[in-house]
Design a protein around this ligand. Structure first.
Ligand code: SF4
Length: 313
């Protein structure tokens, strides 16, 4: 059984809400079947917040082993590097996180805030937020790039705003059962960050034939005008639906690229940034030189049923 401590830093609790929604497996199942023992979770522990102090002290003194440390939220280093904008019992949370990380077998950054800085670290970043081991796309956040946990791993980044429920609980299950976990260049598990949001999107045929919406609410693709970042964002959102039912693009909201270190972009999330008539960010791996020629040809070849938006998204 793996012991787990979940600490919130500069967080909105979105990843906790996501955790509570997980059903394959659910966190209850992981606990009931003896895979995980929760030492502390702000929404699941029965004891008051005072109990957390005793657990932290026991871990630091070596009286309690800590297998998995989950951090939810951006790491607040302000004001002036003290971290005291976010403290527990007079101690900056960033110092508590550093101390616990020294004892943990695995450290998981749950959510893009703790992975890369996320929304609190967006310009102008008034509280000097950073990610646990990354600051946006630069290695090194609260912890140095070369930092490693007790088992020799970097911080495992379960990015997302929030992280997909199944990504959280399956990662916990894999760690608890000592299954191998391959990480990508941003230290995200490849198993959950190996497909694009674009893959499995029901608007794909519209995308292929260059049938692009200019206003929200239509059935066409949202890439060219409405800011959709699905073709450049690695996540399972359309290959494994949220709550088994839906995804942003299925309900007409563009993908905001929330699993990427550049999230949130510094601008209108519902508008595609362009150089001239061509989006700044092309689908991953696509050559800029050939892109417009391909789009124009595809548009000319579009079947009438697609142009008429007869296909349900
Ligand atoms: S709406 Fe987004 S994810 Fe869906 S097909 Fe268009 S670009 Fe891809």
């Amino acid at each position: 059984m793996a012991t787990l401590l979940w600490l919130q830093t500069g967080a909105c609790s979105g990843d906790t809400m996501s955790l509570l929604c997980a059903d394959s497996p659910s966190i209850e199942n992981l606990v009931r079947k003896g895979s995980i023992e929760i030492l502390w979770h702000p929404s699941l522990s029965a004891s008051t917040t005072g109990g957390l102090g005793e657990i932290i002290a026991a871990i630091e003194a070596g009286r309690q082993s800590l297998d998995i440390l989950c951090i939810e939220g951006s790491l607040i280093t302000g004001p002036y590097g003290t971290g005291m904008f976010d403290s527990y019992r007079g101690r900056a949370k960033i110092h508590i996180v550093e101390a616990l990380a020294r004892h943990a077998g695995y450290v998981l950054a749950v959510g893009t805030c703790s992975a890369f800085g996320g929304i609190p670290a967006a310009p102008p970043n008034p509280t000097d937020c950073t990610g646990l081991q990354w600051d946006h796309d630069r290695p090194g956040g609260l912890l140095a790039p070369e930092w490693r946990s007790r088992t020799g791993l970097p911080v495992i980044n379960l990015a997302g705003c929030p992280t997909h429920p199944a990504t959280i609980t399956r990662s916990l299950a894999m760690i608890a059962h000592a299954l191998p976990m391959e990480l990508d260049a941003l230290n995200r598990p490849r198993l959950f960050y190996g497909t694009m949001v674009h893959q499995g999107c029901t608007r794909n045929e519209y995308h292929e034939y260059n049938v692009e919406e200019t206003q929200p609410g239509g059935r066409g693709c949202m890439y060219f005008n409405l800011g959709c970042q699905g073709p450049g964002t690695l996540a399972t959102c359309n290959s494994e639906l949220w709550n088994g039912r839906s995804s942003k693009t299925r309900v007409g909201v563009p993908c905001f690229g929330c699993t990427s270190p550049g999230f949130p972009k510094d601008g209108d999330l519902f508008r595609t940034d362009k150089i001239g008539a061509v989006p700044v960010k092309l689908p991953l791996g696509v050559s800029r030189g050939h892109y417009m020629a391909y789009k124009n040809l595809a548009g000319a070849a579009a079947p009438q049923r697609v142009k008429d938006r007869e296909m349900e998204p």
